[in-house]
Design a binder for this molecule. Structure first.
Ligand SMILES: Cc1ncc(COP(=O)(O)O)c(C=O)c1O
Length: 430
């Protein structure tokens, strides 16, 4: 069937606005490792998908899924050792203050639970987020999406701060430490504003590496100092690890990279390598407070199937040393991208952690003018050459490079060759 016929049927049955990547969408039919194939047998290198973190169709994950699905899969209101084993292993991957977990099926639900935990533990309501955040699509978590930091937010239970960054920083700082101070002032101002409005404070929720904001370089010590400030005001600090967790950054958790220890963590996307599996974890006291206040039940969450698959993902991440791979191959990729940046100035900035790279695409490097359309053009050109990336970030102009963690140096070399050819097309055209 032609792509246009399938697209027309899709629009009719799923709704015309249903998101779809690329000007000419791809029909993917098969995947293995970091490779995908379309319906015409064309190969693509997947440099976007973090959900299949240990690679598409990893045999150990598939085997665990098959074995458990062929044995038992029920909802969570029975005793099952596999679930308890998995929960214990998962919390042990975190810092010592994370002791218990509530499983869910999506990152949105994990953040719902995280917010309920924060509110149950503190008795507060007010939550701080960043102004370019995305934490999920439910009515409650959706209140944290793209909250305009400049708008009057009086009375609201959600207040945003400008997301901390070095590339387009708040004006007036003479050093990185001073810049941190400016962003921390915004956190304090939000805390004070909740107090002035009579909204009791519950805490702050941020992605540990500000992935949706555009993966900025975060001014020094912002995260640990914001966490201290939030706790001093009686709140809890929540790390959204839905994108940054499970070895993506070359460390187990994004918060290891940005240097803080959260009170609550939400997890999702890579956790089940494609099986819907997510959760929020915290100290036993916080989880107990949540359980006391909420009779939370989630039919598909905390099932034997989720546990078997989640455990297989942990096994593969450890046995194949994928954090090390992310660190090593990611560093190589960024070094090489920076070398290209020196020759191709439309690459305004190259940054990231582990196997998560962001490239600012700008029309004027001196003015750092974001070029969203140009970034989308690059994404489409790379797709034509067989490499799948995307553009994202607060201004939509950041090339987002985030392959499965089994991405190897040879894949990076292949990609860099194609990317240079696209850069040549742009810069050659003036
Ligand atoms: C940082 C972050 N948190 C939470 C979510 C929501 O996860 P889900 O789509 O599984 O509900 C997303 C999804 O893109 C995300 O990027």
């Amino acid at each position: 069937m032609s792509a246009s016929t399938l697209k027309a049927r899709r629009d009719a049955v799923l709704g015309a606005g249903t998101p779809l990547f690329y000007d000419e969408p791809v029909t993917i039919v098969r995947g293995r490792g970091v490779e995908l194939w379309d319906d015409a047998g064309r190969r693509y290198v997947d440099m976007y998908n973090n959900v299949p973190c240990v690679g598409h169709a990893h045999p150990r994950v598939v085997a665990a899924m098959q074995a458990q699905a062929g044995t038992l899969n029920v909802h969570s209101r029975y005793l099952h050792e596999g679930i308890v084993d998995y929960a214990e292993r998962l919390v042990a991957k975190h810092h010592d203050g994370i002791e218990a977990v509530v499983f869910t099926c999506t990152g949105t639900e994990a953040n719902e639970v995280a917010l309920m935990m924060a509110r149950a533990a503190t008795g507060g309501r007010g939550i701080i987020c960043t102004d370019a955040a995305y934490h999920g699509n439910s009515a409650e978590v959706g209140k944290l999406t793209r909250v305009d930091a400049g708008r009057n937010q009086s009375g609201a239970e959600v207040r945003s701060i400008p997301f901390p960054q070095r590339y387009r920083p708040l004006p007036g700082a003479s050093s990185d430490a001073a810049l941190t101070g400016l962003y921390l002032d915004r956190v304090q101002a939000a805390i004070d504003a909740f107090a002035a409005d009579g909204v009791p404070f519950a805490g702050m929720l941020v992605c540990s590496i500000l992935a949706n904001e555009g993966l900025p370089d975060i001014p020094v010590d912002f995260m640990p100092r914001a966490a201290e400030m939030v706790r001093a005001a009686g709140g809890v600090f929540i790390a959204d690890e839905v994108q940054s967790g499970f070895c993506r950054t070359g460390t187990w958790w994004g918060y290891h990279r940005t240097g803080f220890a959260p009170d609550i963590v939400s997890m999702g996307k890579p956790m089940g390598n494609g099986l819907p599996l997510a959760g929020a974890a915290a100290s036993r006291a916080i989880v107990d407070a949540f359980r006391r206040d909420h009779r939370y039940f989630n039919t598909f969450a905390s099932s034997p199937l989720q546990a078997a698959v989640g455990a297989a993902v942990l096994d593969v991440l450890d046995d194949e040393a994928l954090a090390d791979n992310a660190e090593r191959v990611g560093a190589l990729l960024r070094d090489r991208l920076r070398a290209l940046q020196a020759r191709y100035p439309r690459m305004g900035d190259v940054r990231g952690h582990g196997l998560f790279c962001g490239v600012e695409w700008v029309s004027d490097p001196d003015a750092r003018t974001p070029d969203r359309d140009g970034a989308a053009w690059v994404v489409n050109r790379l797709k034509e050459r067989g490499f799948l990336i995307s553009n994202a970030g607060a201004l939509g102009n950041v090339l987002k490079i985030r392959p499965p963690l089994v991405f190897e140096a040879s894949h990076a070399e292949e990609f860099l060759g194609a990317f240079e050819a696209v850069l040549e097309e742009v810069h050659g055209a003036g």
